[in-house]
Structure formats: C-alpha cells, structure tokens
Design a binder for this molecule. Structure first.
Ligand code: HXC
Length: 510
C-alpha cells in the first residue's frame, strides 16, 4: 500500500513541477507567476480541487511521444472565491509554452461543461503560445471546441478571462467571447497576427506591446476591460469582480451583509450640479455617494470616459450602474460610449442584475467622424439593449436629458420602472440656445431678442416638470435623498416579472 501511495505522491510532485524548475524560474524572472501560483491566489485558501492532473497528450509526431508531461500544459479544477463556487483553468507556460493541444482543450472543455451544468462562473487564465504546432489540425479542433462552449455558456454563467501572457492567433477569440477580460501591463498581449506578420503584410513596424498590450486594449481597442500592474493585483481584482457577479443566470444576484444605512442622506449632493449648465461635474461622486460603502467596480474605466459603467451594491445586492460623465465630451453619447454601455446593459440583463442609470446627456456627438463611423447603428445598440432589458430599471436624471439621448438612457418609454429627476433636470428636445436659433432664425441679428427668447425657452423647458406633468418622470426628488429613493425603488422591484415575446433570438444591430 505504501508503494502505491508513494507512487501517487511522486506522480503528483512531477505534475506540479510542470515544465521543470528552470522554466519556472524563467517565468518568475519575467515577473509572472506560474499557473498553480495564480490559482492559489485566485481561490480561497485550500479550496482548490484539481482534475485531470495526469492527463498527457497523445501526439507522436516530432518526437512528442518522448515528452509527455503530466497535465499537458493546463491546470484545471474548481474551488471557491469568498466561499462561492468557481471553476478555473490556468495555462502553464512552462509546458510547451502553454500551447493548446487536443487533450489540453479537452481539459478546458470538461471544466466548462461542468460549470454550465452546475451554474457557476469560469475563470480562464491565459498564458499560451497558441495552437500546439506539433499537433496541427487536432489543436485547431480543440480551440473550436472551446469556442463553441464559450458561446453556449454566454449568458448562462459568467466567464472571465485573465490574460497573463501571450495570447495570439485565433486563440484570442476564446477570451473575446467571454464577459470580461483583465490584462497585466507589460507581460500580456493579445493579437490576431503578431508584429512580424504585420511588418510583412502591411509594412507597419510595431512592438508587441503597442500592437496588443494591456494599454492598447483598455484604451484604444476596448477589447479588454481593465489593466493591472502585475499578476497579484490582477487576480485580486478578479476576485473582487466575482464578488459582484451572480453564479449563473438563474441564481439571482449575490446578497451580502451591509453596514451602510440605505436611508443615508448626502446633503452635499444638493449642490453637486454647478450653477452654470455648461460647467462639468464628476458623476463618479454621485455614484460613490449612492453606493453601499462607496464601493464601485468600474468596467472599462479607461475607454469612452464619457460614460461610466460598473457594479455597486444597494442594501448588499449587486446593481449595474450606467452614467453619463459630464467631465468628458460633456457626457455626449458617441460610438464608443454606446458600444461600451450597450454591452454592459446586456450583460446585466442576461444575469438578472438590476440597472441604475444616471442621466446627464446633451445628446449624440455630432460630426462626420461619428456619422461615417456608423453612430446610427452603434447608438441603436444602446437603445436596443435598454429596450429589451427586463430587469428592474431605475433612472435618475440629474441635469440634461436632451433629444434622442433622453429616450435612449432608460427612459420611461423604454420600460423604465421608476424614473426620477432632480429639480435641476432639463428634459427637452435640445438645449435652449440651439432651439432658439432654429425656431427664431429671423431674429439672429438681434442679440437682445435672442437672449429674451432663450430665457423664455429655459423657463418653459429647462426643468423636470413638463415631463413630470405627463408622468414621464415618476417623481422629482431631492438630490440628498437619492440613495434612499433608489434603494427603496429596487427593494420594491425585487420580484418584478416581465417577459419579452418568444423569439429564437433578436437581431440587435451589430
Ligand atoms: C508548441 C510552443 C508553442 C506552440 C511556444 N512553444 N509556442 N510549442 N506550440 N505554439 C514552446 C517553445 O518551443 C518553447 O519550448 C517554449 O514554448 C517557450 O517558448 P519561447 O519561444 O522560448 O518563449 P518566448 O520567447 O517567451 O516566446 C513566446 C511566444 C513564442 C511569443 C509565444 O513562443 C511564439 O511566438 N510561439 C509561437 C506562437 C504561434 O505562432 N502560435 C501559433 C499561433 S496560431 P522550450 O522547450 O524551448 O521551452 C494559433 C491558431 C489558433 O494559435 C487557431 C484557433 C482557431
């Protein structure tokens, strides 16, 4: 018996060593953790249960039959994150560069199938040279099996990708189909074709970092949701994100004890809106003052800063927040902001996370760049996302709600459940200046008359009461009471039932 136990332990020890100490040291020298160290940090201490530790590849070309390390370059299993079930796979760069073989893919698929059946998130830690070259089409088939599962799992269980090393070729499409991508600065990159191919085909000279580094993907392409300084920080933030997310589309949002009075007043909010309607203010301040314990997990903080998206808690339950940000582009909706917010709204709706929308929007951004870029189609994504969402929707208009953007931002007409406005709200087809210029074009040469007309328009339309008189605004609320009003609204909506008509799926303007 002892012999058998010894063999088990020695096999385990060999598997844990992956591609060997020298390659582990090389991984550390680059500032990267190993696949197992990453899992240890991600999961609660001692909670990891590993599967398929002894799986080896079956390839025989290129002398591969003589090199069959246990585990085949990916560590898989399950554990808990703050006590909640989570499935994980972590590619081991020390074994054939973490490249994906047929059996490596099978291990990942096993995790994903189990996650779907049992209703819990999948965290994929990517650190891989892509398809295992020695296995040819078998490894491409493996990728496609993973892709297929990413799609089936989308909207069923949350999928989070941590990109912590190279991620190239078609391999980027698995993370791309997951819900969130977190990257590490300077050590991770994602691209469909690397710098060498780019140079050959387009004559562009670009570094891997410029082409597909963490800053490129969080600031320019919006492929990734956040970038962190190192593996430890990235994993800690992944844990924090998981804390906000439901386990599945059927589990409901997590509820946890809260120590922040839901009726807390914030007198400072009464003066948040500047006297001059053109002066910006930081919408983040409002979100932080409304949220339990001022805790906001922002998604895509570095991209399309004119709209804020993220998770907060109210009375301990997760709420998705979307808010125009007047400090950037005056909070206008443009292509990037519409796409960013639409994807976030759809994630929340898929996972039954209620939506809180703060509105201060002067309209859609004008210009040829926007029109040629297809703002009509991209803006429609956000409109579509809000309109199809059946989760509880609470909206607060703080200042401007002009034109089509008023309709889009979770208005009453898109089945907003409770639509509040601050007394400072201005709900109109457009701002006073623009409106007067169009309505009274003939009087342009008379500044006094125009000033009078503008003042008249402001008095008539730059307020929340015209909309409130029609019931488009349910109540005009004191800014200082926003947390209480919103928290009570979501509590009232907790058992909301609303279904869209049956369809195979919709046809959102992609
Ligand atoms: C097999 C691989 C490998 C791969 C790396 N290795 N990539 N083995 N298949 N795809 C092995 C190396 O031989 C090496 O083994 C070890 O991993 C570490 O690689 P290095 O090159 O020494 O490391 P580094 O200098 O850090 O460079 C990492 C790298 C580079 C940038 C990932 O290895 C690289 O460019 N690899 C090839 C990438 C690629 O073209 N993949 C195919 C993409 S196409 P030893 O034994 O020396 O330690 C693709 C299609 C997917 O993925 C399609 C899905 C639809």
């Amino acid at each position: 018996m002892n012999d058998i136990l010894n063999e088990l332990e020695s096999r385990r020890a060999a598997a844990r060593l992956g591609g060997g100490q020298a390659r582990i040291d090389a991984q550390h020298a680059r500032g990267k953790l190993t696949a197992r160290e990453r899992i240890e940090l991600l999961l609660d201490e001692g909670s990891f249960e590993e599967w398929d530790m002894f799986v080896t590849h079956r390839a025989t070309e290129f002398g591969m039959e003589r090199d069959r390390p246990a585990g085949d370059g990916v560590v898989t299993g399950w554990g808990t994150v703050n006590g909640r079930l989570t499935y994980v796979f972590s590619q081991d760069f020390t074994v054939f560069g973490g490249s994906l073989s047929e059996t490596h893919a099978q291990k990942i698929c096993k995790i994903m199938d189990m996650a779907m059946r049992n209703g819990a998130p999948v965290v994929g830690i990517n650190d891989s040279g892509g398809a295992r070259i020695q296995e040819g089409v078998a490894s491409l088939a493996g990728y496609a099996e993973v892709f297929q599962r990413n799609v089936l799992a989308s909207g069923v269980v949350p999928q989070i990708s941590l990109v912590m090393g190279p991620c190239a070729g078609g391999a980027v499409y698995s993370p791309a189909m997951t819900d969130f991508i977190l990257m590490v600065k300077d050590t991770s990159y994602m691209f469909v074709t690397g710098p060498e191919v780019v140079r050959t085909v387009t004559n562009e000279v670009v570094t891997a970092e410029e082409l597909g580094g963490a800053l490129t993907h969080t600031r320019r392409s919006s492929v990734a949701d956040a970038a962190f300084d190192n593996d430890v920080e990235c994993i800690a933030e992944a844990r924090r994100l998981l804390d906000f997310l439901p386990l599945s589309n059927r589990s409901g949002v997590p509820r946890r004890p809260f120590f922040d009075d839901p009726a807390r007043e914030e007198p400072s909010l009464d003066t948040l809106i500047p006297e001059n309607a053109g002066t910006p203010y930081d919408m983040r301040e409002l979100i932080l003052k409304v949220a339990d314990e001022g805790d906001l997990y922002e998604i895509q903080a570095e991209f399309a800063k004119n709209i804020l998206t993220g998770f907060i808690r109210l009375e301990g339950s997760t709420i998705g927040v979307v808010a125009n940000q007047p400090t950037h582009l005056a909070g206008c909706l443009d292509i990037d902001a519409s796409r960013k917010a639409a994807r976030f709204v759809r994630f929340c709706d898929a996972f039954e996370i209620p939506l809180l929308t703060f509105v201060d929007v002067p309209g859609f951004l004008p210009g040829t760049a926007q029109e040629y870029g297809g703002i009509i189609k991209h803006g429609a994504k956000l409109l579509f996302a809000y309109a199809e969402a059946t989760v509880p929707k609470v909206t607060v208009i703080t200042r401007k709600a002009y034109g089509g953007a008023y309709d889009v931002m979770a208005s009453k007409h898109l089945r907003g459940d409770l639509n509040y406005a601050w007394p400072t709200a201005e709900i109109a087809v457009m701002g006073a200046k623009g409106a007067v210029e169009i309505l009274h074009r003939a009087e342009r040469g008379d500044p006094e008359r125009i000033a009078q007309r503008t003042a008249d328009y402001e008095a008539r339309f730059a307020n929340p009461f015209v909309a409130a008189e029609r019931g488009f605004i349910d109540e005009v609320i004191r800014p200082r009471n926003t947390r209480r009003r919103v928290a009570r609204a979501f509590a009232m909506l907790r058992h909301k039932k609303l279904e869209n008509p049956w369809k195979k799926h919709d046809n959102i303007p992609l």
